[in-house]
Design a protein around this ligand. Structure first.
Ligand code: OSB
Ligand code: MG
Length: 364
């Protein structure tokens, strides 16, 4: 492939429901859509789903825009490739790279006439989806949110927790929905010495506890995993394949959340999947409130055999009144169908994208 033109668009959409994690709250999201146009005029789409501020990870929409504009786009314009794994690389900047990698996979799989899921090694026709619920003003608000999602058919719910919002909300949801699969995500909000909260949560039969401590403190996660029987799941800790190898060696987790954005794209997400599978570690696909483009990539990735736990690939309607794709991603009874069309399997809605674009730049 020879890329003749790269288009970058910052697209802003309002969330249907405010989302609050241990570190920040948001009402609208601005992601960067990447379009790669090859010498045959074919277009591949990718999404840079970075949060606006450096709270989940070090990247921001601004940093991604700068790296895409100053490095990734110019490097790609002068570097031909045959497979997405050959795209030029920079250090770090995973979210920015993920948008280019995704667009390359879209192009590549469409040129071969296969669905993206198949191109990645996926085998499933549908993937199980859960929902991730933010911190709500009150426990009643949270229980109401859980009720809405249960009524929609989701059978696995993840609750964001933070110091002061942990055992109580978990108890309340468990009491009201005892059959629901429940897991929690701290986004690294607890000090590495904190054990007692997790010992209390350990008695609540949770599916997993995600990222209790700060990302680089793998030793703290390993110490906690020795003390509790609930599996620890790592998210922010795993950016490079080497991070995963170290975490597995230290037994710092029994489950891994694989995010396309956090791993720098589908190529490395598949590698992380393969390594986890070799170690007998189940994985699931995490989300960054992706628009339809990134969501389609998450669905395709979740079709791989090691993704045996429900992924955060909820239907578009959980996030947006209308998505950037002509058809939304739909979840029925907790399942999302894997598209059978070549490539991402969704078409972009150009007018809707244009109407929500705050900034655009093209490179050739
Ligand atoms: O930690 O998984 C996370 C959203 C933004 C930043 C971090 C996380 C999340 C989610 C949302 O949990 C998952 C989704 O529904 O896309
Ligand atoms: Mg997480």
């Amino acid at each position: 492939f020879r890329i003749d033109r790269v288009e970058l668009r910052r697209v802003r959409l309002p969330l249907v429901h405010r989302f609050r994690t241990s570190s920040h709250a948001k009402r609208e999201l601005e992601h960067i859509l990447v379009t790669l146009i090859d010498s045959d005029g074919a277009a591949g789409w990718g999404e840079i789903a970075s949060p606006s501020g450096p709270f989940y990870c070090a990247e921001t929409v601004e940093s991604c825009w700068a790296v895409a504009r100053d490095h990734l786009a110019p490097m790609l314009l002068r570097t031909p490739w045959e497979h997405p794994s050959e795209l030029p690389v920079v250090r770090g900047n995973w979210f920015a790279r993920a948008g280019f990698d995704m667009a390359a996979w879209d192009l590549w799989s469409r040129s071969r006439g296969v669905p993206l899921a198949t191109a990645l090694g996926g085998e499933r026709a549908k993937v199980e989806a859960g929902v991730s619920l933010g911190i709500e003003p009150t426990i009643d608000d949270l229980v109401e949110q859980v009720g809405l999602r249960v009524a929609e058919g989701y059978r696995r719910v993840k609750l964001k927790i933070a110091p002061g919002w942990d055992v109580e909300p978990v108890e309340a949801v468990k009491a009201r929905y005892p059959e629901l699969g429940l897991q929690v995500d701290a986004n690294g909000a607890y000090p590495s010495e904190e054990m007692s909260i997790f010992e209390q949560l350990d008695e609540r039969r949770l599916l997993m506890i995600e990222q209790p401590y700060t990302p680089r403190d793998l030793l703290a996660h390993a110490a906690l995993q020795k003390r509790i029987t609930t599996p620890i799941c790592l998210d922010e800790s795993i950016e490079e394949i080497g991070d995963l190898a170290t975490a597995l060696h230290l037994e710092a987790a029994r489950i891994v959340n694989i995010k396309v954005s956090r791993m720098g794209g589908l190529t490395r997400a598949v590698r992380a999947h393969d390594l986890a599978v070799r170690h007998g570690i189940p994985v699931w696909c995490g989300g960054m409130h992706e628009f339809g483009v990134g969501r389609a990539a998450n669905v395709a990735l979740s079709a791989l055999p090691g993704f045996t736990l429900p992924s955060d690939v909820s239907g578009s309607d959980k996030y947006w009144a209308r998505d950037v794709t002509t058809e939304p991603v739909v979840c029925r009874d907790g399942w999302v169908g894997v598209p059978q069309r070549p490539g991402l399997g969704f078409d972009i809605d150009p007018d809707f994208v244009a109407a929500h674009t705050t900034r655009a730049e093209n490179f050739s």
